[in-house]
Design a protein around this ligand. Structure first.
Ligand SMILES: Nc1ncnc2c1ncn2[C@@H]1O[C@H](COP(=O)(O)OP(=O)(O)OP(=O)(O)O)[C@@H](O)[C@H]1O
Length: 242
């Protein structure tokens, strides 16, 4: 087993995955550094969701290795993978998945309370994140009363409030209007950067690339390229680990 590079917090080597014999991912390798925003792009069916699922310990790869820090994710038991996801990873889906019976702030506070954080402290943290995501005014509403873009902001607030080391976002802006997409992506990446959270963002959205440190492209389940950001929001060019 080859040890992962020191500067990559999440690292995959030659990962392959097939659904009932049909290859979805073939020999994909990549590394993600702490606080890095990595976009995974590619056409429909190119393997973006499957790659995120393998990296986030949802799917054990058929072949290859995934490491998180010093942890060999590929050889964890199912329970070990669940714990890793709960404690260190966040996930944002295309469709906001909020609990309809709970208010907005309760939705954001729920993962914290499930970890044993007292209700009052969880509410304070939830409010702070809702403010940062520009939906603080909606904290007492139920999700159904919100616009789609607001619901997605609440979902992002919930994922970030839990303090993940890595946030996986699978086409988080796909259902939004064009005007909302850039704003939601900017808020997501800025909030993650300010807290040193790594983001792995699968998207077709061309607006995402300029906000990323790197873009990795997939085609037919294989990695076909890496594009470093020339100058992301005024910062210097980022070094690239292939
Ligand atoms: N649950 C599944 N069962 C069988 N095949 C699947 C399943 N999920 C994905 N696939 C297939 O695996 C391949 C990669 O799919 P994947 O969803 O990872 O790609 P994607 O780039 O995320 O696509 P999209 O942009 O449409 O979400 C595709 O050929 C897809 O049809």
């Amino acid at each position: 087993m080859v040890a992962p590079p020191d500067d990559d917090m999440l690292w995959a080597r030659s990962v392959s995955y097939a659904y009932r014999g049909s290859p979805a991912l073939t020999g994909v390798s990549l590394g993600v550094r702490e606080g890095e925003v990595l976009v995974v792009s590619g056409p429909r069916g190119s393997g973006k969701t499957t790659l995120l699922a393998c990296l986030s310990a949802q799917l054990p790869p058929d072949e290859g290795e995934v490491w998180f820090g010093g942890v060999p994710v590929h050889s964890l038991t199912r329970l070990g993978r669940e714990r890793l996801r709960r404690e260190h990873f966040g996930w944002i889906d295309t469709q906001p998945r909020l609990v309809p019976e709970l208010t907005v702030w309760e939705n954001v506070a729920l993962p914290l309370m499930l970890r044993g954080i007292p209700r009052r402290a969880a509410r304070t943290t939830a409010r702070e994140w809702l403010e940062r995501l520009d939906v603080g005014g909606e904290e007492r509403q139920r999700p159904a009363a919100l616009l789609q873009a607001q619901r997605q902001r609440v979902t992002i607030a919930r994922a970030l409030a839990a303090g993940p080391r890595v946030l996986f976002a699978d086409e988080p802006t796909a259902p939004l209007h064009r005007a909302d997409r850039g704003q939601v992506l900017r808020t997501l990446t800025a909030a993650a950067r300010s807290h040193g959270i790594s983001v792995i963002l699968a998207t077709h959205d061309s607006e995402a690339a300029p906000m990323a440190d790197r873009t990795v492209s997939l085609l037919d389940g294989r990695r076909v390229g890496t594009i470093p950001a020339a100058d992301v929001e005024g910062r210097d060019t980022c070094s690239v680990s292939a």
